[in-house]
Design a protein. Structure first.
Length: 517
């Protein structure tokens, strides 16, 4: 929640830097119910306008002079009270002192009678934030609705009119298609709007054709001012969940979690993680793993990214992804960039300017009436329509145009179906005839489940299950004409007797005409 967490000692620093002379007395009556004391003292402290309730527990002290400080223990609260209210402790009609018992101080930080006096804050940040209505934060408390209430202390937000810095970066990266280039900007917008669409943001999937292709550089570009933390991929779901949970809990100011350089073990067919898939689609995921503390539910303001050169990812991850593919040519170690080292020099030096240009894109979209992109297709529809609308206003084309292609090329089954479909475009064939095509292309192991490979009969059954499962889907395949899209259709046709299932792959479009390249 805190972009800059303070230590316990920082509480004293804040009070020394910005004190309020106590000008109010509060009579603390030990003889009356604690609830009345808590309510009364909370009301007095709330008058200062310097204390806020954290939706995660406790209070936040923000004086405007220094960074906000969390107040989570009685020892934190005591000096805050002393500098703002003169406490007079009464018992049996007599003055007993001017300090509240420590047990009451700790209890107040968990009591609704006390905490209910203060405005609630869901997050504290020094990075400019777009609220749910796309208004930009100003210093102080912003937003009214749960999940949107933000305490911002980062000063005036820069908004740039052009895209020179963003384009300078994009121009040196070896994107496979223009769609990959546009998707990189979409990834940066997604991170900037990370507090939107909880449980409805895609996994940034950065893949490369070789090592040092720039995939981690693109993720760093997308992370921008919010930073990132990397964890290693582990085929054991519990181990990956433990690393992920630790990364989130120990990096509260970071909003991008990267599963870095994921690769397949010999026994694996795809890179997969039930935990990552579940996290990406859960608005309030529960974080828990042995050795990382008690279970904790959080608002899903995080963006997950995966980078890999060495394997295909599961269909569930593909369906939830924002694909970005890089295909550098030649020896990447000999490459000289016109903007010096993009990851280690250009991005750190220009991250504020890049953020300002991204904000400029959002502001121009707002000025245009916040148009949505109703043509784009993705399971996370609200996210895709909004980000697509921002990109269109800014002049970026082909957003998610590579989505279907990546699904085909990264999934061995879909890739295999695309290949056999392109071998007999538009022809109705039964399962036995399609099995002959599979065998001619040497795709049995790719398309047919391993348990169905031993016999001719089981291979027909396995292929039938695969094709039935993918009926109605589209596949992008590279042919002599370029990149073509085929749709798999099912029909029942009579062939001189009982009707039988027939399948065909119907050409629907040419995405990239080879003759024009």
């Amino acid at each position: 929640m805190f972009h800059n967490m303070q230590t316990e000692a920082a509480v004293t620093t804040v009070i020394e830097a910005e004190t309020t002379e106590p000008n109010d007395e509060f009579l603390w009556h030990e003889d009356q119910p604690a609830k009345l004391n808590y309510e009364g003292l909370g009301e007095r402290l709330a008058r200062t306008g310097q204390l806020f309730r954290s939706s995660e527990g406790g209070l936040i002290l923000y004086t405007g002079a220094v960074n906000p400080v969390p107040i989570t223990k009685g020892t934190d609260l005591q000096p805050v009270i002393v500098d703002r209210v003169n406490i007079i402790v009464m018992k049996e009609g007599k003055i007993r002192g001017n300090r509240i018992n420590a047990s009451h101080l700790n209890a107040m930080l968990k009591s609704e009678s006390f905490l209910g006096n203060f405005p609630t804050v869901d997050r504290v940040t020094d990075v400019p934030l777009y609220l749910e209505d796309f208004s930009l934060t100003v210093n102080g408390l912003n937003g009214e609705n749960p999940g949107d209430r933000s305490l911002y202390f980062g000063g005036e937000s820069e908004i740039a009119a052009g895209l020179e810095t963003i384009n300078a970066f994009l121009d040196v990266m070896f994107f496979e298609t223009n769609a990959d280039r546009t998707n990189a900007v979409a990834a940066a917008l997604t991170v900037m709007l990370h507090n939107h669409w909880p449980g409805g943001k895609p996994i940034i999937l950065a893949t490369g054709s070789k090592s040092h292709s720039g995939k981690d550089t693109v993720i760093a570009f997308a992370a921008g001012l919010h930073g990132l933390v990397s964890i290693s991929y582990d085929q054991a779901n519990w181990a990956l969940e433990r690393s992920f949970t630790g990364a989130v809990r120990n990096n509260t100011d970071t909003k991008v979690i990267v599963v870095e350089n994921a690769r397949l073990n010999r026994s694996d067919k795809v890179i997969a993680s039930a935990f990552v898939e579940r996290f990406a689609t859960d608005p309030r995921p529960q974080l828990f793993s042995t050795g990382t503390g008690a279970p904790q539910r959080i608002r899903n303001d995080y963006v997950v990214a995966i980078s890999t050169n060495f394997g295909t990812v599961s269909e569930d991850i593909l369906n939830r992804s924002l694909p970005i593919r890089l295909v550098p040519t030649g020896d990447t170690t000999d490459r000289v960039s016109p903007i010096v080292n993009p990851k280690l020099e250009f991005l750190p030096k220009n991250r504020h300017r890049i953020a300002a240009e991204l904000r400029g894109m959002i502001e121009r979209w707002k000025a245009a009436g916040k148009p949505l992109d109703h043509d784009v297709r993705h399971p996370f529809s609200p996210w895709a329509k909004t980000v697509g609308g921002i990109l269109k206003v800014a002049g970026f084309a082909d957003f998610l145009a590579n989505y279907g292609r990546r699904k085909t090329s990264d999934d061995p089954v879909r890739r295999g179906l695309g290949i056999i479909g392109a071998s007999k475009p538009g022809e109705w064939l039964d399962i036995e005839q399609w099995l002959r095509q599979v065998e001619q292309q040497g795709l049995e192991k790719a398309i047919i489940p391993s348990a169905d490979l031993p016999t001719e009969q089981s291979r027909r059954r396995g292929l039938g299950i695969t094709m039935k499962y993918h009926e109605g889907e589209s596949f992008v395949v590279e042919t002599d004409r370029g990149l073509e899209k085929f749709k798999l259709e099912l029909s029942r046709k009579r062939d001189g007797g009982e009707p039988k299932k027939m399948y065909r792959f119907v050409p629907t479009s040419v995405l990239v005409d080879q003759a024009s390249n």
